[in-house]
Design a protein around this ligand. Structure first.
Ligand code: T5A
Length: 206
């Protein structure tokens, strides 16, 4: 595959959606064709699964059901969008990917990471992101930003403890996979966050 696969991760309200288009602009300014996509979602079937996953009427969904829906949407996304785009030489910029599963279903829900790794192997084989931008803020900052913006979805109804575990799982992965991860302090004003992102993306071209 010719293109690079870049993922953007972090807890709710950290600024992924706000900043991913900025990263897209940085890449496009360097003449790179970018496919912007998201998880769960990214395909018609994936977006239908996303609607089920975020719908607050399914509060209390069984964690194993939730886990399998994440990977079901991902299999479709890989087959129809991500792999074909990379094979055509595009770079793919994805708002969340499998690290979100390790963080939310692993860290947050407490599902054994060995089980997640088995599903990851089934769905992805050895395929992994080339770069992961982890936007990090304290949980209370992220939740306040998210709640200012819209009514809470099924995940946003979780308690602070849940998001503390999710954040810690992300920080643990950033430590373990330090070659792939770049940690961005997203508690700063937006201009400072974007300066950090521009610096990281510059080193990618160098
Ligand atoms: N999920 C997903 C799993 O459990 N497992 C998985 O495997 C996957 C793939 C998806 C949900 O699914 C879960 C995780 C999620 O709960 P989502 O909509 O993709 O949901 O994710 P959310 O985190 O809910 O997305 P949000 O839109 O809430 O958060 P963002 O995108 O991080 O934040 P954004 O950009 O919308 O910004 C939020 C607000 O903050 C402001 C923005 O203007 C906006 O109003 N803001 C700032 N304000 C001040 N300073 C800054 N630096 C700011 N940056 C942004």
């Amino acid at each position: 595959m010719n293109g690079k696969f870049i993922t953007v991760e972090g807890i709710e309200g950290v600024g992924k959606t706000t900043n991913i288009t900025y990263v897209q602009q940085l890449l496009e300014a360097n003449g790179i064709d970018v496919v912007l996509t998201r998880e769960p979602g990214g395909t018609p079937l994936g977006e239908a699964i996303r609607a089920l996953l975020l719908d607050a009427q399914y509060t209390g969904m069984d964690p194993v059901c939730e886990l399998q829906l994440m990977f079901a949407a991902r299999a479709e996304h890989l087959a129809r969008v991500i792999r074909p785009a990379l094979e055509q030489g595009h770079w793919v910029l994805c708002d969340r990917f499998t690290d979100a599963t390790y963080a939310y279903q692993g860290g947050g829900r407490g599902i054994d990471t060995g089980i997640i790794a088995r599903l990851e192997q089934l769905v992805q084989g050895d395929f992994r992101p080339d770069l992961t931008l982890l936007l990090d803020v304290p949980v209370e900052v992220g939740l306040a930003r998210a709640s200012d913006r819209s009514a809470p979805d099924r995940f946003e109804q979780e308690k602070v403890d849940f998001f503390e575990r999710v954040r810690q799982a992300y920080l643990d992965m950033a430590g373990e996979y330090d070659k792939r991860y770049r940690l961005i302090d997203a508690s700063q004003p937006l201009e400072d966050v974007q300066l950090q992102l521009a610096t990281v993306m510059q080193t990618l071209h160098a």
